[in-house]
Design a protein around this ligand. Structure first.
Ligand SMILES: Cc1cc2nc3c(=O)[nH]c(=O)nc-3n(C[C@H](O)[C@H](O)[C@H](O)COP(=O)(O)OP(=O)(O)OC[C@H]3O[C@@H](n4cnc5c(N)ncnc54)[C@H](O)[C@@H]3O)c2cc1C
Length: 456
């Protein structure tokens, strides 16, 4: 609590206003004096003070969180170690917004196919790191999530967040009309044989209970809808077609969102500032220690993607672990027949799509704690894309190569909520779906902070 006094008036008549800063409110007490005698306490008013929220991380999750907090009246600042927004995992991801088709990674089918997937390096799933003991708790927990019941629960949870995300994102886009190369082209998920397609159709049926349309396509229908597949030398049996699938450039969106936060909400974004530790007393976080000094606030949100466990581990070793799963994207200029639809090759485990005047190919799931790029992986991704859509991109041009870590929890669901201390929260661990879950996760976190409940 603190107080200060303001006095005005002249010798025989004056008034005093006392401001008292008490927890989350300012109280003002007006005293009117006449010839030195206090005659009345005119008013005692409580004015709600804006709480200061500090968000760590200016990726899509941190920025969406900052927006929702600022829209709800918090005084927000964002701390980012890099010099720009959206330069971590949010930079050159595959850009897919598949709100209706989210599915948790761990399932009985996934577990059954794992040995085959691991033994065939061409599948792009590289798990050598799992042999290291520090990965074992995550691996054990992940295996526990590979039951039908857990898959259904996790998928249902993700679909609920995605539904909320779609709604909140649509509201935002309607209001701000920012350009992020958004399109709603629909999507094909291509399968090489009847068995794989039938299994995919079954899980699509489960997901359809929660909204969204899908159709099962023959090879001919695939080519009719996506002419870039006409000259494919890849084995295509059929596909699941998702007419509502959207695409958008996450990095471009982050840049625009950061500007809106600054211009329309007065949010301060401190770039080139790394949070080194979370300082606390008893059950409260006091401040953040950064490489540029101490940052105070009333509440703190860790939105540092795959770095969240590192930042939280010092204080909260009991938190559910999340690990980084490295992915690669390669972005080319358009070719003669660029794809219209977003297309996933389920057998080759990669996605190819057009983002404005570029074609992006993304794939690989490498359990890793670094961002090194293996040139062989880039070449293999390109070969697969050429095989599937030979004329989609100008594959001979020098591409933009990018790698990022998917912040992956064992159950594939993000960690959203309080993190050990009264005023410390986490919004991280969005795996391969952070772009599409961002606005829903931000809403859920806000609900937890303000103890409200927004229906999906
Ligand atoms: C190849 C690939 C393809 C993908 N495709 C899709 C897709 O199609 N659709 C989809 O929805 N998702 C996709 N994803 C997943 C998505 O990109 C991520 O889930 C999402 O970007 C995570 O966002 P984030 O804000 O949590 O993390 P980030 O974007 O990594 O942001 C975290 C930020 O925190 C900062 N930070 C970390 N530590 C500190 C610290 N100590 N102090 C200050 N700042 C700190 C980092 O610099 C970073 O900017 C893909 C991911 C990959 C790798």
């Amino acid at each position: 609590m603190s107080a200060f006094v303001a006095r005005s008036g002249h010798c025989y008549f004056y008034n005093i206003v006392i401001f008292i800063d008490l927890n989350d409110r300012y109280f003002m007490v007006f005293l009117l004096y006449f010839y030195g005698k206090r005659i009345v306490i005119l008013k005692q008013a409580g004015i709600k003070k804006n709480k200061k929220a500090v968000v760590i991380g200016a990726g899509i999750i941190g920025l969406a969180t900052a927006l929702r907090l600022a829209q709800s009246g918090f005084d927000v600042s964002v701390i980012e170690q890099k010099s720009n927004p959206g330069t971590g995992s949010s930079k050159a991801n595959a850009g897919q917004l598949l709100y209706d088709r989210i599915s948790a990674m761990g399932s009985p089918g996934f577990l059954r196919s794992l040995p085959k997937t691991i033994l065939n390096p061409d599948q792009g799933v590289i798990v050598n790191q799992l042999l290291k003991p520090n990965y074992w708790p995550w691996a054990a927990s992940f295996i526990g999530q590979c039951t039908t019941k857990a898959w259904q629960e996790n998928t249902q949870n993700l679909l609920m967040i995605a539904k909320l995300s779609r709604r909140e994102m649509a509201k935002f886009n309607k209001q701000y009309e920012i350009d992020f190369n958004w399109r709603k082209p629909g999507k094909l998920i291509i399968y090489p044989d009847a068995k794989a397609l039938n299994a995919a159709a079954l899980s699509a049926k489960f997901q359809q209970q929660f909204g969204g349309e899908h159709q099962v396509f023959s090879k001919e229908q695939c080519i009719e809808y996506e002419p870039a597949l006409r000259e494919s030398s890849q084995k295509i049996f059929g596909a699941i077609y998702l007419p509502d699938a959207e695409v958008g450039d996450c990095h471009k969106f982050c840049q625009n969102l950061a500007q809106i936060l600054i211009d329309s909400f007065g949010v301060e974004i401190k770039y080139n500032t790394k949070v080194e530790a979370i300082e606390h007393n008893n059950d409260q976080v006091r401040a953040l220690r950064t490489d540029h000094g101490i940052i105070n606030g009333d509440l703190f949100i860790v939105a540092t993607g795959s770095d969240a466990p590192t930042l939280l581990a010092k204080n909260f070793p009991e938190k559910q672990p999340a690990i980084g799963i490295k992915g690669i994207s390669v972005t080319y200029p358009l070719g003669e027949t660029p794809p219209n639809l977003s297309v996933t090759d389920a057998a080759g485990k990669f996605v190819i799509l057009r983002l404005h005047d570029q074609v992006r190919v993304a794939g690989y799931a490498i359990f890793s704690d670094n961002l090194d790029i293996n040139p062989t992986h880039v070449q293999r991704l390109e070969q697969k894309a050429r095989q599937l859509m030979p004329k989609a991109a100008n594959y001979d041009a020098s591409p933009e190569i990018w790698t990022g870590l998917r912040p992956q929890t064992p159950n594939d669901c993000p960690m959203i909520g309080r993190a050990g201390y009264q005023n410390l929260y986490v919004n991280a661990g969005h795996g391969s779906m952070g772009w599409m879950l961002a606005f829903g996760s931000a809403q859920i976190l806000l609900d937890k902070i303000t103890e409200t409940n927004t229906e999906a």
